[in-house]
Design a binder for this molecule. Structure first.
Ligand code: NDP
Length: 329
């Protein structure tokens, strides 16, 4: 009998009604790829919540094992870069969207999609970072490339108590930035200050339709929310500043004007983690190894088991999850 492992499967019926089940699979059920990995840790990202609840069309192949990122150990490989025993991380590349993903005991993927687990970081820690944290690092790197360094002034982080936000606050404060954290959960102020936020502001301050230009408040920011929030962040960015936009937790629209761009020379930096080239990924994970305080990482993450994934997926789309959720498989 082939060995079985547990997996979450999202399916759709003839009326396109989505359902989610826990099932047993064997390696023969996995999709094509040149590396098979024993998944040791994964995580529940906002996108996983959308995939499992069906709230947005993340899943584009039916049925599908969701889960956009994992860390684990290579079991077998015909890819020249990887051999059995190697510790690896996967983020994105359509895994958990069009290719069977992380919410299973085994994953088979293309070796080109994998990066090595950085020295000194466990599979659990890598997933406490996860795609949300790796995206936060891509945002920080984009701000730095644009010259938004700590001496330029404060930076704002929206959706600060969420996954991207919590890691962004931690990294930026460790790098010496004055971080203004925007949250809709005022009760999370002590948590955000503990992560290094210098100030915490209410999400409401940024939630109304924006003016074309408002009082300059920050040199830049990391935005995980989109919609009016991003429009307000742009209108309050000081001359020559830049905002890294990576998320849509508040909406996919962007009701802004060209005023911040043409009158203040503000730049909007688009951040995509899914198809980011390998060199950029390697640099982001190297920086995570050096610039993210592992104690803070522990304080911003909670751990669940495989059986908790579906509930956590529902909670994250309801905005109820603080920081990052690690799944120890
Ligand atoms: P989380 O749910 O952990 O965090 C999102 C946070 O946004 C919430 O915690 C909340 O923060 C805030 N928020 C939620 N709903 C609203 C709302 N209606 N209005 C204003 N703020 C809101 O998700 P993640 O951190 O995992 O992901 C954040 C966003 O980034 C998502 O849209 C996700 O799809 C996107 N993303 C994009 C990637 C890319 O490659 N571009 C990669 C990874 C994520 P608070 O309670 O503090 O207000």
């Amino acid at each position: 009998m082939p060995e079985t492992f547990k997996a979450i499967l999202v399916s759709r019926d003839a009326e396109k009604k989505q359902s989610v089940t826990v099932t047993d699979l064997t390696e023969a059920d996995l999709m094509e790829g040149d590396v098979t990995v024993a998944v040791e840790a994964t995580t529940v990202n906002y996108k996983d919540g959308l995939a499992i609840t069906g709230k947005a069309p993340v899943v584009r192949r039916w049925p599908l094992v969701p889960g956009i990122d994992f860390a684990g150990t290579v079991i077998s490989s015909s890819h020249p870069d990887w051999r059995a025993g190697d510790k690896v991380i996967l983020n994105g590349w359509g895994v958990g969207e069009t290719h069977f993903g992380a919410f299973a005991g085994r994953a088979r993927v293309k070796g080109d999609w994998l990066v090595p687990l950085p020295q000194g970081i466990s599979a659990h820690d890598a997933m406490a970072v996860g795609t949300a944290g790796y995206t936060a690092m891509l945002c920080v790197m984009a701000l730095e490339r644009h010259g938004i360094l700590p001496d330029r002034g404060p930076v704002v982080v929206t959706g600060a108590a969420g996954g991207v936000g919590s890691v962004a606050v931690s990294i930026l404060s460790s790098l010496g930035y004055h971080v203004i954290a925007s949250t809709g959960r005022n009760a999370e102020s002590p948590y955000l200050i503990n992560l290094g936020a210098a100030e915490v502001i209410s999400r409401d301050e940024l939630a109304q339709p924006s003016k074309p230009l408002a009082k300059e408040r920050w040199a830049g920011g990391v935005d995980a929310v989109g919609s009016h929030t991003l429009a307000n962040v742009l209108s309050m960015t000081s001359y020559g500043g830049a905002v890294a936009a990576c998320g849509l937790a508040g909406g996919m629209d962007l009701p802004t004007s060209v005023a911040p761009f043409i009158l203040r020379g503000v730049s909007l930096l688009g951040i995509d983690s899914v198809m980011a080239p390998k060199a950029v990924r390697l640099e982001a994970w190297r920086r995570i190894g050096t610039d993210l305080d592992l104690h803070k990482l522990a304080s911003l993450s909670t751990t669940i088991g495989f059986d908790g994934i579906i509930d956590a997926a529902r909670d994250i789309v309801d905005g109820k999850i603080r920081g990052r959720v690690v799944v120890d498989m």
